[in-house]
Design a protein around this ligand. Structure first.
Ligand SMILES: Cc1ncc(COP(=O)(O)O)c(C=O)c1O
Length: 278
C-alpha cells in the first residue's frame, strides 16, 4: 500500500516516530544519508552507527548490531553521499535474517539512476518481507525536489500506522498533479539518466587527470577525496560561484560531494576545483 509524503524525508521521519521511542534503538550505516541519525536524535532513540565497508553499507555488521531494543534499520540503496549500493543476493540474505519485530526501511531515492540487473526492486519483495518499507521520491531523477513529494510502499498494516500519525494536510495538489504527469513521461527520465551518465564520465575523467580519488557512484553525484579539508575547498569554490557540499558531518572530513550537472556546469566545477587546489 502507498503512503504519500512531503518528500521521502517525511516518511523517513514518520517511520522512526511511529515505530521507535526513547526506549529503542535505530541502526544506520556510517557515511549513510544524514537524515537517519537526525530523526533518531529527534525522537530521543539511541542511534547505532555500524562501520562501512568500502564506504558502503556492511549488512553483516548491521545484522550483528541488532539488539532486543532495535526497532528500525535504515538502508539507503543507493546511498547518498557515497553512491554505493547493495545487490539483490546480499539484501535478500539480510532481510531473511532480520527478526520480524524490526522494521527495515529501504530508501530508494536514487533507484531511477540504476541499471544493474542485480539491483533489488524492494517493492517486488514486500510480499516476502512484511516488515519492509520502501521509500521513493520525485526529488532526484524526476527533478521535482522543490515540490516536495515522495512515497512509501509497505504492508497495509504499516501504511495504516504511518497514515494515523502523519499530518492530515501534508501534500499539496500541485505536487500531486505534476508527479502524476511525470510518472508517464518515460522520455524525461531517459534524458535525465543520459545527462547524468555523460556527466559522470566527464567528471571522473577530469578527476583522474587532476589525480584525485573519488568514490565510484551510481547516483547523480560524486564524492571526492580532495586530500585536505573539504570545508576549506568548499569555501574556496563558493567564492568562485560553485556550491558543493563538504562531507565532514558524514565522517569524511577530506571529501566533498558534487552533484552532476550539465556539461558546462561540470566544466565550470572542474576548472574551479583545479584552481582551488593550488
Ligand atoms: C538517500 C536519500 N533519501 C531521501 C532523501 C529525501 O528526499 P526528499 O525528501 O526530497 O524526497 C534524500 C535527499 O537528499 C536522499 O539523498
Amino acid at each position: 500500500m502507498i503512503t504519500l509524503g512531503n518528500g521521502a524525508n517525511e516518511i523517513l521521519e514518520l517511520a522512526a516516530r511511529v515505530f521507535a521511542s526513547r526506549k529503542h534503538e535505530i541502526i544506520f550505516s556510517e557515511h549513510a544519508f544524514l537524515v537517519y541519525s537526525l530523526v533518531t536524535q529527534a525522537i530521543g532513540a539511541r542511534g547505532i552507527e555500524t562501520p562501512s565497508t568500502d564506504f558502503g553499507h556492511d549488512l553483516s555488521a548491521m545484522l550483528e548490531a541488532i539488539t532486543p531494543r532495535v526497532r528500525v534499520i535504515f538502508i539507503a540503496n543507493p546511498n547518498n553521499p557515497t553512491g554505493t549500493w547493495v545487490n539483490a543476493a546480499a539484501l535478500d540474505a539480510f532481510l531473511q535474517a532480520v527478526p520480524d519485530t524490526v522494521l527495515v526501511v529501504v530508501d530508494e531515492a536514487y533507484r531511477e539512476y540504476m541499471d544493474y540487473p542485480d539491483y533489488p526492486d524492494c517493492v517486488a519483495r514486500l510480499s516476502r518481507y512484511p516488515n519492509l518499507i520502501v521509500t521513493r521520491t520525485f526529488s532526484k531523477a524526476y527533478g521535482l525536489a522543490g515540490l516536495r513529494i515522495g512515497y512509501a510502499v509497505s504492508h497495509p498494516d504499516i501504511a495504516a500506522l504511518l497514515n494515523r500519525v502523519r499530518q492530515p494536510f501534508h501534500i499539496n495538489s500541485m505536487a500531486l498533479a505534476v508527479a502524476t504527469v511525470t510518472l508517464d513521461d518515460a522520455e524525461h527520465l531517459r534524458r535525465t539518466k543520459r545527462v547524468n551518465d555523460v556527466g559522470y564520465k566527464q567528471l571522473t575523467i577530469a578527476l583522474d587527470e587532476l589525480g584525485l580519488r573519488y568514490i565510484p557512484s551510481v547516483g547523480n553525484f560524486v564524492t571526492i577525496d580532495v586530500n585536505r579539508s573539504g570545508e576549506e575547498i568548499c569555501a574556496r569554490l563558493l567564492k568562485k560561484g560553485v556550491i558543493v557540499r563538504p562531507m565532514a558531518r558524514h565522517g569524511l572530513p577530506n571529501h566533498l560531494r558534487v552533484t552532476i550537472g550539465l556539461e558546462e556546469e561540470n566544466e565550470k566545477f572542474i576548472r574551479a576545483l583545479g584552481d582551488s587546489l593550488t
